[in-house]
Design a protein around this ligand. Structure first.
Ligand SMILES: [Zn+2]
Length: 253
């Protein structure tokens, strides 16, 4: 009997006909989470009252980095341009601006940042279920509340890049996924944090609703003490601009 990790309903109440991609298919994702019902799957891909779909925001932002990364290794035809509903891109200057019709709307920037975080949490929990099968654990309830029901607010952190180089593999850029390892299990257990590289950016996902109050200070200390390879400084993502998704830091030297 399948039970949806988002709404907790089983096959007697909801259908499970459509395939739920953990990373959006339009980003290259091809991993499927079986325990997502059609209603919840549909929710993440649909715009809500005056708000873009969670998956669309995630896809558009990560696709910018994806295109830039693949361009570096000449895997994208030169004439294929990145198209976005929300952003205007200047490839030469590597700048991204919210399209005027969105930027004029009050609070839109915060809204996009929040949708982006919800999208990352959505991917995290579905990948967790796919690989570990424990997404229904009550410690992940805060992710359900935030990502699926748009309640409360929880952070995702962006690692300030440490070296003048981007870590990425074109396999991961073409078919994004996250992995759970012994290292990530230990960090999850000790500091209730999980971090992974997505499209050349390292993100930290809290795995407890009490992360900020109970673990954040220890986690920051840990990153410094370990001289953590993917960065020792983290910033909570408020606006999507908080992420250097055009890799400007590579030109700073
Ligand atoms: Zn559901």
């Amino acid at each position: 009997m399948r039970i949806c990790i988002w709404c907790n309903k089983d096959e007697s109440k909801v259908s499970f006909i459509k395939k739920a991609h953990t990373f959006p298919q339009s980003l290259g994702g091809d991993s499927i989470c079986d325990n997502v019902c059609d209603l919840c799957n549909h929710y993440f891909g649909s715009p809500q009252s005056q708000s873009p779909a969670v998956e669309v925001v995630l896809k558009e932002i990560l696709n910018i980095s994806k295109y830039l990364l693949l361009n570096q290794v000449n895997e994208i035809p030169k004439n294929k341009r990145y198209k976005s509903e929300y952003f205007n891109l200047n490839w030469e200057k590597k700048t991204i601006i919210l399209k005027p019709r969105y930027s004029l709307r009050k609070g839109y920037q915060e809204k996009l940042g929040r949708l982006f975080r919800r999208g990352l949490y959505k991917v995290f929990l579905e990948e967790r279920e796919r690989q570990r099968g424990d997404a229904k654990d009550s410690r992940f309830d805060f992710i359900r509340e935030f990502a699926r029901y748009n309640l409360s607010d929880y952070p995702i952190y962006y690692f300030k890049p440490k070296f003048g180089a981007v870590f990425f593999s074109s396999t991961d850029a073409n078919k994004p996924m996250i992995r759970f390892t012994e290292h990530s299990d230990k960090l999850d257990k000790d500091l209730r944090a999980y971090d992974y590289l997505i499209m050349g950016h390292n993100f930290c996902f809290p795995t407890s609703r009490h992360f900020v109050d109970l673990y954040l200070d220890y986690y920051k200390k840990y990153l410094k003490e370990q001289d953590y390879p993917f960065g020792t400084e983290i910033t909570p993502i408020k606006y999507v601009e908080d992420i250097d998704f055009t890799f400007k830091y590579l030109n700073d030297k």
